[in-house]
Ligand binder design. Sequence first.
Ligand code: SAM
Length: 294
Amino acid sequence: MSQRLEPSPGVLYLVGTPIGNLGDFSPRARTLLKKVSVIACEDTRHSGLLLKKLDINTKLVSFHKNNQKSRIPTLIKYLEREESLALISDAGLPGISDPGESLVNATLSIGHEVICIPGPCAATTALITSGLPCQRFCFEGFLPSTGKDRKLRLQEIVNETRTTVIYESPHRLLKLLEELSKLCDINRPLKVSRELTKLHEQQIGPNIKSVHEYFLKNKPLGEFTLVLGGAKKRSLIQDEKNLLSEMNSLLEEGLTNSAAAREVAQKTGLSRRKLYELIHKGNSKMQNILNTSE
Ligand code: SAM
């Protein structure tokens, strides 16, 4: 099969780089990175060392989450001058939990082409190794580190019926495992991939309880990707019955309807208005209130 000449002028190439094992650098990626006019990368020192090992001496320009807005016009100029541009991230596929999307959109908006030279990605590598259902899945990336946004994202993950992939840093892994232990059935399947493609690669599982116990005894070191099994599908009627019974307990404790709805809304991330409606109507007649649009 004949192949197109690479790199082509005015094209943005998204190039996958290894997530640990240098042997995963594809020959196509290496040849292309040698030939492009410029390589945009998150950290010029980090990528400079990697590229030097592969004998690639192409000019590097930094492009990271803190300078992406101001850097895009400079990078776009290369494409407008019909030069070729490659984007790499610190590891894996650019655009997955690192800047990339904004440059892709800027490139497409001026009518230039974007081509991906595929490579490893921690999310899909962990997913297909986990043994958990992977025909349909969710990718959550990094969760917000604290606050209401984190609570809401966790609640969505707790209720998600598809397998969910999460990135987490070693110093926050135990906190996430504690939260999952509190919010989910502790027997829910969980596999944690540690140091994928590297010397000390490891898969820890099979469920939240065992993974949590393991990391209470073994300090989390290295890079981690979590693959959480989906929640069991529950009927909406059952969900409403449970919520109503929780709010009725709060009413018995002396809370007003509004306060009970607010408390359960904060805990579950559900609409306070709908929960309030559920107290009013639900006690006399069970209806699918949560399922109706706002
Ligand atoms: N762009 C990358 C990709 O395609 O996978 C992801 C970049 S994200 C900034 C870095 C996170 O990916 C790490 O904190 C970790 O959660 C996960 N990760 C990267 N390399 C990994 C590895 N070798 N083993 C396990 N997880 C890894």
